[in-house]
Design a protein around this ligand. Structure first.
Ligand code: PGA
Length: 253
């Protein structure tokens, strides 16, 4: 069975001390994960090592960076390379979050480079895709995500595409409190899986975890995750509240 994943995306929130307390509150609950389940904390760079040591003894709890450079190393002041992440045992990285695409003008082709860098250092990319409200209203969302996957991922061979986690995050649902319905999420996830199957075959498509992101909350996670092609969620706001995120973890299939 492919992994069912609850990923927390803290974005640019919380002080170090607040982050430490949040992790303590969540981990102290001792929620046991099955081998098919995973919890990933995508935290700000300065908190990666602390988070790494917090989850050390908790099986299937992992740490992710929220971004990385597309460059290998060199004179890129303020950037963080995948080699740096690898050197502190960070094994996951969000790539192409819509906020990066929108505010930092990250294009599909730049994201393809970031994906390559991650894979070179055996870091699992959590690749985000998803359409804006305007695209959804024009009914072009299927073609839109197909282009995002095509331009950022389809240069990979079958062996490497299996190393990717995909997160479908409709922009109109992020931070708006307006979640896609369970039916809308399942419909898009099935579409994404069919695109993967057309490119790489069913066996590969079935192996890839596809997370839903966009206003996942404690009170809707179970329903949203219930779709057969929805393998958990990438959670922003609700991941900052211990009781909410614990409930979301418990909602995993
Ligand atoms: P949200 O954010 O849960 O606050 O909508 C999700 C995300 O952007 O990853």
């Amino acid at each position: 069975m492919r992994k069912q994943i609850a990923a927390a995306n803290w974005k640019m929130n919380l002080t170090f001390q607040q982050g430490e307390k949040l992790l303590d509150d969540i981990l102290d609950a001792g929620i046991n994960l099955s081998p098919d389940q995973q919890v990933i904390f995508a935290v700000p760079y300065p908190y990666l090592l602390m988070t790494r040591s917090e989850v050390e003894d908790a099986a299937n709890y992992e740490v992710a960076a929220q971004n990385c450079s597309d460059k290998i190393s060199g004179a890129f002041t303020g950037e963080i390379s995948v080699e740096m992440l690898h050197s502190i045992a960070v094994n996951y990285c969000i790539v192409g979050h819509s906020e990066r695409r929108e505010y930092f003008t990250e294009s599909n082709s730049l994201l393809a480079e970031k994906i390559n860098r991650c894979l070179e250092y055996r870091i699992t990319p959590i690749f985000c895709c998803g359409e804006s409200l305007a695209v959804r209203e024009s009914g072009k969302q299927n073609e839109f995500v197909q282009t995002q996957l095509g331009e950022s991922l389809f240069h990979l061979n079958a062996e490497n595409i299996k190393k990717i986690i995909i997160a479908y995050e409709p922009i109109w649902a992020i931070g708006t409190g307006k979640t896609a319905t369970a039916e809308q999420a399942q419909e898009m996830h099935a579409h994404l899986r069919s695109i993967l199957a057309a490119q790489y075959g069913q066996e590969v498509a079935q192996a890839i975890s596809i997370l839903y992101g966009g206003s996942v909350k404690a009170n809707n996670a179970k329903e949203v995750f219930s779709g057969p092609d929805v393998d958990g969620g990438l959670v922003g706001g609700a991941s900052l509240v211990a009781s909410d995120f614990k409930e979301i973890i418990r909602s995993l299939k």
